[in-house]
Design a protein around this ligand. Sequence first.
Ligand code: COA
Length: 330
Amino acid sequence: MAGVKISGYGAGLPKLAVTNDDLAQIVDTSDEWISTRTGIRERRIAVDETLTDLCVEAAKAAMAQAEVMAKDLDLIIVATVTADLPLPNASCMLQRALGAVNATCFDLSAACSGFIFAMNTAQMYIRGGAAKTALVVGGEILSKILDWTDRSTCVLFGDGAGAAVLTASETEGILGITTGSDGAKGMALNFMEREIANPFKKTSGKIDVDDMDVSRFLYMEGPEIFKFALTKVPVSISEVLKKTGYKAADIDYFVLHQANYRILSSVAKRLHVSEDKFYVNLDRCGNTSAASIPIAMAEMSRRGLLKKGMKIVIAGFGGGLTWGAALIEV
Ligand code: COA
């Protein structure tokens, strides 16, 4: 079997919905500022859920739709920068919860592009014959790395997980993928120093890169990231269209990483495509990083928007810096 198709999607969201008005009680902000600058109105925040809980919910829904049992999975990749524990990794925690005893499991760290990078890796495993049925999950509990006194970041993000099942298939469901990275600009979005401390280290082990202390909480140069997204996203989408021989007009839906409505709107303009073709759920979920694309795809699937033969472009961008786009045929 030469092809790879996506045979199921699922999502797992925390129960608690936090509105912009709720945030205005915590930091100096307003519903008006957040909604006009970003399009976000509310986000889900984990209170009682772990990342594993959210990944399990997303995975079970995707597996049910794909009609795949846990023992059928031979690969699990979780894209995340906020695993419950550094060790064991999020994918092994998920494997344990699912009882997916035949799977090889590892995490992948590529921030908001993580789902696309993980999907690319899984499809290569399948095409190379190393796996037949892969579970790819993007999941984040970003709320645990946010500085809840910093209004410029804490209003933007949400928690959640999204999953897709990829299977070897006679027909082709992933028509093309392109990815890229620019580590030189990576410090524009960073978090979490861990000091190097061991018996041989004589001075402070504080990590600094480019003479900058790495932040314990999520640090973002918002306007820099905004500019980066406006440049890279249209280019990566054009690249994947060129690679596959399609035009923007042939695409039924564009499902972009849900960071900011103004980014989606600007990309639509640059591609000369109606904004109606851009699926939006950032108003309800905020920016869930690696989870945003599979959560959106799961919603679209549940709402019956994904019809056989449709062409969908997905595109991610974010920390690293990293970016990627893929053309999927439903
Ligand atoms: N509420 C009210 N005011 C706020 C605020 C908030 N939550 N956050 C920032 N502000 C203020 C700033 O302090 C600044 O005030 P000043 O002019 O008095 O200094 C003003 O609003 C403008 O800030 P600025 O950062 O220039 O706003 P912006 O229009 O660039 O929008 C972002 C900020 C973060 C929404 C925007 O830069 C963005 O979306 N960037 C991309 C982020 C992204 O996608 N990140 C994830 C990538 S995966």
